[in-house]
Structures are given as structure tokens and as C-alpha cells.
Design a protein around this ligand. Structure first.
Ligand SMILES: Nc1ncnc2c1ncn2[C@@H]1O[C@H](COP(=O)(O)OP(=O)(O)OP(=O)(O)O)[C@@H](O)[C@H]1O
Length: 277
């Protein structure tokens, strides 16, 4: 009898794989058990100043985690370490059980399934929304080759599904430069999603959005959780309240508090260094 295998290569009864086992290939993510992201004792210094100071943090598979903290707490530096932009002086960083992020370059980290969205949207303004998604899907090909290659039906379906998810199906043929700020942010998120990342890092995704756009973004993130793991850095506490399950507060390069939004909002140290100001 073949044991049913889930998307994560787990047997449905949680037991060891038998029958048609899928073995994790070198360079492939294995988040079948344990956290999807594991940071332990990470320190990063800039000219003697510790931007990250023995930071330890884990994200579970499919989790939506909010990261908050005052300016200079180390949020961006942490994402730079995860994506290979900055090297840690010491500490451990694993993506799944097998991928040592400290030994991978930025391109390899993207390929392995970590997508990052910076604060400012960076879409191709002259190209249509559809073409932007097409370019993102085939990021390893040249722009020329991508736009003149014929898309297979599976790729077209993937673009259509993504357009629906980011609610831009009616704007597929519009130049991206004509979209509102919020729509550009969604398009960029779509450009990440189409590459099927396992972990998404999102830096202040609702900055500059209208209230309605912010609400829609909250809905989008809640719908992505479970299928993807999300790390959302955000100062907008109303938005955090809409999406938060577990919140991590960073301060001076370390985790100051972690728990439900309610727990961290009532934490004396958190009020002192961040929320009360
Ligand atoms: N390349 C660098 N060289 C020197 N210092 C740096 C560098 N990058 C970051 N820092 C310092 O490290 C500290 C942490 O910065 P980081 O940008 O990670 O904080 P942050 O939590 O993202 O802040 P914000 O909320 O303002 O974006 C800050 O004091 C910052 O000045």
C-alpha cells in the first residue's frame, strides 16, 4: 500500500515515508519537520557596533510572523542576513533542515525559495501588469527572450491565478507605471509569489497605502499564510492587529519579547522602548 504523501512530503499519519518517498535533493528545501527558518545566536557588527546581538528566532512552516521594533532595532539587518546580503559575524541560519544560509549567495537563496519585498515597489513601469508577472516567472531568461517566447498554458494559468490573488485581473494590460501605489505593491508581491517562494520577507508592505488598500493587503496575507511562511516587518500597529498571530519585538539587535499581540502590547519593556513612545 502506498502511504499518502502531502505537499510537504509528509505521510498523512505523520510517520516515516514509505512507498513513493521523495528524497530531498541537495539544494532543495526540506521543511517537512521543524521550522522553516532557524536563526540562532546571530551577531552582525558594523565598525564595532552590534546591529544584531546574539539574535535567535525561528519561524514555523506556514506561519505568518510580524516583526516590530523601534528604528535601528536590526529588522532590516536581520532580513539582509537571511537573504545573504549581509554576512553574520557569528551564529547559525538555516532555511529548513538542510540549507545553511550562511554558506549560500544571494542568488542561491532566492532560488531555494526565499522571496523578499523591499519597502519601495520596483516594478517595470513601461511594461504591462501581465508582462511584469511574465518577467518575474521567467527571471532567469533575458527580458527579450521572455517577451517573445510563447507562454505555455500552465504558465498562463499561473499568471491568471496570480492576477486574481492580487486583484489586478482587470488591469492586466495596463502599464504598471499607471497603477496606484498600493496596486504596485500588490504587483510586486505577485511577482514574488509567481516564483513560488516558501518564505516571504515583507518590509513595511502597507507604508503609503490607503486604508482600503491596507485592508485588502491584510486579507491577502491571511490567505497566503499556510501555503507560504511570511515574515512581515511593519510599524503600522493597526495593520499588525489585523494580521498578527505571533509577534516578535526586536530591540538593539535582539528579541525583546515574543507572543500574541496582546502579550507584547502589555509587556512593560516593550511599552518602554517602543509602543509607549
Ligand atoms: N551598513 C551599515 N553600516 C553601519 N551601520 C549600519 C549599517 N546597516 C545598519 N547599520 C546600523 O545598524 C542598526 C540597525 O539597523 P537596521 O536598519 O537593521 O534597523 P531597522 O530595525 O531596520 O530600522 P528601521 O525601522 O529604521 O528600518 C542601526 O543603528 C543602523 O544605523
Amino acid at each position: 500500500m502506498n502511504t499518502p504523501v502531502t505537499e510537504n512530503n509528509e505521510t498523512q499519519d505523520g510517520g516515516a515515508l514509505t512507498g513513493l518517498a521523495h528524497f530531498v535533493q541537495p539544494g532543495e528545501l526540506d521543511a517537512s519537520h521543524g521550522p522553516v527558518l532557524y536563526l540562532d545566536d546571530i551577531t552582525v557588527s558594523f565598525d564595532g557596533f552590534r546591529a544584531l546581538n546574539q539574535l535567535s528566532l525561528t519561524i514555523d512552516n506556514g506561519e505568518l510572523r510580524c516583526i516590530i521594533g523601534p528604528n535601528g532595532a536590526g529588522k532590516t539587518t536581520m532580513m539582509d542576513v537571511i537573504t545573504g546580503k549581509t554576512r553574520a559575524d557569528s551564529g547559525t541560519a538555516f532555511f529548513g533542515q538542510t540549507l545553511d544560509l550562511t554558506k549560500m549567495n544571494e542568488a542561491k537563496i532566492v532560488q531555494s525559495g526565499i522571496g523578499r519585498k523591499f519597502q519601495k515597489p520596483t516594478v517595470f513601469e513601461q511594461h504591462s501588469v501581465f508582462e511584469n508577472l511574465e518577467l518575474a516567472m521567467q527571471a532567469d531568461r533575458s527580458v527579450w527572450a521572455t517577451l517573445f517566447a510563447r507562454l505555455d498554458s500552465e504558465s498562463r494559468d499561473r499568471i491568471a491565478d496570480t492576477l486574481k490573488l492580487i486583484r489586478l485581473q482587470d488591469s492586466a494590460d495596463r502599464p504598471a507605471g499607471l497603477l496606484s501605489h498600493g496596486q504596485k505593491q500588490w504587483l510586486e508581491i505577485g511577482m514574488l509569489l509567481i516564483q513560488r517562494p516558501k518564505l516571504l520577507l515583507l518590509d513595511e508592505p502597507v507604508a503609503g497605502m490607503t486604508d482600503e488598500e491596507t485592508d485588502r493587503t491584510a486579507e491577502l496575507f491571511l490567505s497566503l499564510a499556510g501555503k507560504h511562511s511570511l515574515m512581515v516587518v511593519e510599524h503600522d500597529m493597526a495593520f499588525v492587529a489585523q494580521i498578527a498571530k505571533k509577534v516578535t519585538v526586536l530591540h538593539e539587535g535582539s528579541v525583546l519579547a515574543e507572543g500574541s499581540l496582546d502579550q507584547v502590547q502589555n509587556n512593560k519593556r516593550v511599552i518602554e522602548v517602543y509602543l509607549g513612545r
